[in-house]
Design a protein around this ligand. Structure first.
Ligand code: SAM
Length: 292
């Protein structure tokens, strides 16, 4: 059998190279290349790293590693869900690895969760190589739809309590998920008091983009906030979350529901009630730009 190769893997090292963050490149040592393919939408790579477990890479950009994925999945799910008093119906756009689904169904209030992922290859490789994340797909409250999240929202005005957009970066298939029209489509699909939470990029790299998305969102939602968390294998080791609510006066920075301590200890590894509040405290340079 011929050994798999990939242009981002040389001399036993994967190097993340993209024009989205020029002049820097995260590297991970590779034990074995597991999957290399071109899907209809993107380049899909999975490799086993020496220290971060299996790694999913789309168009040369790290999406998740087995070692640190929980930090992102827990935060993008539990920040909006615990800021909502009674979330029952949830929509996830993107998130084809299944990790966000795994976190959403930890809330006993949930009656149904629909995932809309554009690329069917992502759930396929996740089920094969990232089983702890793909575990989310097997839950009986989960429905999966393969299609473009933007088109889905245009065609299905829903009635969701929480919409989570777990997208890749704003180049390629996810570009439309960062525009004002998409934020308006999400608003139209929320029940009163509904909350959205989107992958909000990194304040060290994309402050201008984040500021534009927040400015546009403030035209649409009365409550708009930015939070962030540490994730070692995302660029600069951080990723942000944009949270908006369609009801004025709501405080998304404080959980209105809390997991009990035993649940936090046994079922969660990053999120807890204190981390929820701390995630919204921004460093000076970001605060000045984003709260202006
Ligand atoms: N948090 C991760 C990150 O920032 O690296 C994202 C992980 S998740 C794998 C991102 C998913 O969004 C991918 O599987 C991608 O195929 C999906 N996606 C991109 N554009 C989409 C769109 N327009 N509609 C639905 N899913 C989309």
């Amino acid at each position: 059998m011929t050994e798999l190769t990939h242009p981002n893997i040389n001399d036993g090292w994967f190097r993340e190279s993209t024009t989205l963050w020029p002049g820097q490149a995260m590297s991970l040592k590779v034990e074995k290349i597991l999957h290399v393919a071109k899907s209809l939408f993107q380049d899909v790579l999975v490799f086993k790293s020496t220290d971060y477990g299996n790694v999913l890479v789309l168009d040369g950009v790290i999406q998740a590693t087995e070692r640190d994925e929980f930090a992102y999945q827990e935060m993008i799910a539990h920040l909006p869900l615990n800021a909502h008093p009674d979330p029952k119906k949830v929509l996830v756009i993107g998130g084809g690895d299944g990790g966000v689904l795994r976190e959403v169904v930890k809330h006993s209030t949930i009656e149904s969760v629909t995932l809309v992922e554009i690329d069917e290859m992502v759930p396929q490789v996740s089920k094969q190589y990232l089983p702890a994340m793909a575990a989310g797909f097997t839950h009986p409250k989960v429905n999966v739809h393969i299609g473009d999240g933007f088109a889905y929202l245009k065609e299905h005005t829903g009635s969701y309590d929480v919409i989570i957009t777990d997208s890749s970066d704003p180049v390629g298939p996810a570009e439309s998920l960062f525009g004002e029209t998409f934020y308006d489509l999400m608003r139209r699909s929320l029940r009163p008091g509904g909350i959205i939470c989107t992958q909000g990029e990194c304040q060290w790299l994309h402050l201008e983009l984040i500021s534009t998305v927040l400015t546009n969102s403030r035209k649409i939602y009365p409550v708009v906030e930015y939070a962030y968390s540490a994730v070692p294998t995302y660029p600069c080791g951080q990723i942000g979350y944009i949270l908006c609510c369609n009801e004025a006066g709501r405080d998304l920075k404080k959980p209105v529901r809390k997991f009990d301590e035993e649940f936090e200890k046994t079922q969660l590894r990053y999120y807890n009630a204190q981390v929820h509040e701390a995630a919204f405290v921004l460093p000076g340079f970001a605060k000045r730009k984003l709260e202006a």
